[in-house]
Design a protein around this ligand. Sequence first.
Ligand code: FE
Length: 340
Amino acid sequence: MKFASTAALALTTLAATLTPAGAEENVLNIYSARHYQTDEALYADFTKQTGIRIKRIEAKEDELLERIRNEGANSPADVLLTVDASRLAKARNMGLFAPLKSAVLEKRIPTHLRTDEWAAFSLRARVIVYNKTRIQPADVQNYADLADPKLKGQFCSRSGSHPYNLSLLASVIAHEGEAKAEAMARGMVANFARTPKGGDTDQIRAVAAGECGVTISNSYYVARLMRSDKPADQETVAQIGIIWPNQKTTGTHVNVSGGGILKHAPNKAAAQKFLEYLASDSAQRYFADGNNEWPVVTSVKIDNPALNRLGKFKADTLPVNSLAMYQAKAQMIFDRNGFR
Ligand code: FE
């Protein structure tokens, strides 16, 4: 009797060892560069609706791409979620994604916000932030204004190599050509108040402190400061004005967070279900609002005090593919003009 149960145990252990982690049925492995509290509720809701459990690996954007590539055909990852069109494009160029074909996503997500390998699930805008006592709002209505000699010594920014700035310049190349993009990069560098350093929030703080007069920032960093109850953050917000750039022309540059099904996904059916779930009304609200972003499904309404305060704007409708296409050119332009 004792012998029998030991044998049974051994067999069970053997079976467990032989089953590749990723092949577990009813488990979805997500590699995510997002780490927001509200995403927990999102995942729990998916499990409740489908019975599919979610296992998550969180890491920095570029690390995730490397990891998936290194794991190759043995990767347990089913879905990649990350931010910025350029990183999603990079994942595509590395050959990480499987084709994405879904009638649900085609119906729910506007054409310019999806590709045949990945789709966007939330939107962030790149806004102009200025110091109210140092800058006239009329002087900073467009991205190109940041290159105007009038703003000499006033402009600060994070690095030109950062995907957020690369995607912005890529949009300028796509709309107006390389020459205009080059002139803009050159003028921005000529207007630097200081060498690029830090992230978007550091620039906003520098603007509020009067270290520089104007910067560009992703909208959720502004929203985060607006929603903060720290007195220092409230003081920062009190000093700054926000502009939706290019309202009379191309619209404000928007970037995305998004995801796709991986080429070696062991559970492609569950991955597809999950991406379609992300486009549902409730998931869109969680997914976007968790980081103070906007849903991609236009019929979905959110009620976020900071986003309400920022108000409505005309967004650029350039296809996310175009942002990806001009990344390398944007980097070259920033490099040769010294926007490091
Ligand atoms: Fe960010």
